[in-house]
Design a protein around this ligand. Structure first.
Ligand SMILES: Cc1cc2nc3c(=O)[nH]c(=O)nc-3n(C[C@H](O)[C@H](O)[C@H](O)COP(=O)(O)OP(=O)(O)OC[C@H]3O[C@@H](n4cnc5c(N)ncnc54)[C@H](O)[C@@H]3O)c2cc1C
Length: 451
């Protein structure tokens, strides 16, 4: 928690940072910051006493008596520091809820447009994780701009040192296993890992002074203006605009063996993972019977490396539309196993080797040798905290009210990423709509004359 004071002596100007928690000070050249200055407040209570970018001019040494009184009141009552000189609390321009690709892209764009975004990044909840769904996965081969390479050295150079603890182990791949002539040859080469990619996105947002709170939003209040977001800890926060970027969590079967083999042959996204080495050249299974299960199965069956894809269907018919069913039933590499559920995922501890299947009609058990299982039984968009205040589509996803705009049915509330996308659900599409939401907010604020 650093407070900043610009000081001048003769021709030179420097910035003094005062750490309120430790009492320490650091002197930096103007434009530079102390090492941890990009680290935002870590919870709602910390946020209450964290400098607001807009207020920096105000938080200088040598306050007058009135300013000191206001600051003391702010500290005591745990209201944040956002005071105009007249003492009114300024509402946030935009609060972003969610810390996946949509949330960070929105934050980067909003911060660069001087909207001083405040991000609520969420906490660990069932099937939810700060940094979003990519934090559950290993290598991400389809995010543009991150080809296979010596990724870790770049990540470590870009991500603040105090976040290195969160970086996953480095995969043990070499650029070319036959060559070991130089240091470059022995540096691990791989596609960026999910957590690395998300740490980079977060860092990029922090670099532009995005403020981050490690908390969940449990409600929003749209009954008056400014709007309010209600965190699980701390005071409600007033804001002119809200971007909801809370994602959608994949549904799983709930088997302990399935949990044990996530990232080792169990996946919920064929487009994301189907071409990874774990699955290449192996018979695979897709569990589910809806349109998206057929999409997943045909995607896998059309891969160059496809061997055979077994669709495990609980009943004697599919929920998928007729045209999709025909696509699966007529595909030479797709085999449908009817009236069957997965009892257990089998493996050798490192990778999936098969499934124990149960016939739902006669209870008989059998084993199916597969190298991977894709669960395609739907997603649950994270909209529960909205309490029905935003219009949702028939699948429960937030509905955009204008074509190719991120506006929702509530003026000033925008939605980005998987929470508003029941179709693509990819990191890059989420990042794209996060960008759109920030631009939509910027234009909306300008239209309303909110500076
Ligand atoms: C195992 C797996 C592998 C994948 N692999 C790939 C891949 O290789 N390539 C690809 O493009 N896509 C992949 N995806 C899909 C991709 O992860 C998603 O499309 C993308 O993460 C969606 O981004 P988002 O920002 O919309 O939401 P999310 O990434 O889901 O992030 C939402 C965030 O909001 C937070 N949140 C939720 N509710 C609240 C609340 N009330 N208050 C505060 N915070 C909240 C959550 O904690 C989370 O951090 C994969 C998904 C999975 C599950």
């Amino acid at each position: 928690m650093w407070f900043k004071s610009v000081q001048r002596s003769g021709d030179s100007t420097w910035v003094r940072y005062f750490n309120r928690r430790s009492g320490g000070t650091e002197r930096c050249e103007q434009g530079a910051r102390p090492r941890h200055s990009t680290v935002g407040p870590s919870n709602s209570a910390d946020f209450a006493s964290h400098c607001h970018r807009q207020s920096i001019g105000f938080i200088i040494f040598g306050f007058n008596k009135y300013q000191r009184l206001m600051i003391n009141r702010a500290t005591r009552s745990r209201i944040d520091w956002r005071f105009q000189i007249g003492g009114d609390i300024l509402a946030e321009k935009v609060v972003i809820i969610g810390s996946g690709p949509a949330g960070w892209s929105a934050a980067i764009y909003a911060a660069r447009a001087s909207l001083a975004p405040l991000v609520f990044e969420g906490t660990f909840q069932p099937e939810m994780i700060p940094l979003g769904q990519l934090a559950y996965t290993t290598e991400v081969e389809n995010y543009p701009g991150f080809p296979f390479g010596n990724i870790r050295s770049f990540v470590e150079s870009a991500v603040s040192k105090d976040r290195h603890w969160n970086l996953p182990p480095i995969p043990n791949h070499l650029k070319d296993p036959k060559k070991r002539n130089s240091l470059e040859d022995i540096a691990p080469h791989y596609a960026v890992q999910g957590v690395e990619l998300m740490e980079l996105m977060k860092q990029q947002a922090l670099n532009f002074d995005t403020r981050v709170v490690e908390d969940d939003i449990v409600d929003i209040d749209i009954s008056s203006r400014p709007l309010k977001v209600i965190p699980s800890k701390g005071e409600p926060i007033e804001t002119h605009a809200i971007i909801v970027a809370t994602g959608a969590r994949a549904n799983y079967l709930g088997l302990p063996s399935e949990e044990a083999y996530k990232n080792k042959g169990v996946s919920a996204c064929a487009v994301c993972d189907g071409a990874l080495p774990t699955f290449v050249g192996k018979p695979l299974a897709v569990v589910g019977a809806g349109d998206s299960a057929v999409e997943e199965a045909t995607y896998l069956a059309n891969l160059k490396s496809a061997v055979k894809v077994s669709m495990i269907v609980r009943r004697d018919q599919m929920r998928a539309s007729k045209i999709m069913q025909d696509r699966a039933l007529n595909h030479p590499k797709i085999d449908v196993i009817w009236n069957t559920v997965v009892e257990e995922v089998l493996g050798d501890g490192n990778v999936v080797t098969g499934l124990k299947l149960k016939n739902t009609q006669n209870g008989s058990l059998r084993e199916l040798a597969v190298g991977g299982m894709f669960v395609a039984i739907g997603h649950t968009p994270n909209t529960g905290f909205l309490g029905g205040k935003l219009a949702l589509n028939e699948k429960g996803y937030i509905q955009w009210s204008l074509p190719f705009r991120t506006n929702t049915n509530v003026d000033g509330v925008f939605a980005a990423g998987d929470v508003a996308d029941d179709y693509y659900r990819q990191a890059v599409t989420s990042a794209g709509t996060g960008c759109m939401a920030a631009l939509d907010v910027e234009r909306w604020l300008a239209e309303k004359g909110i500076e």
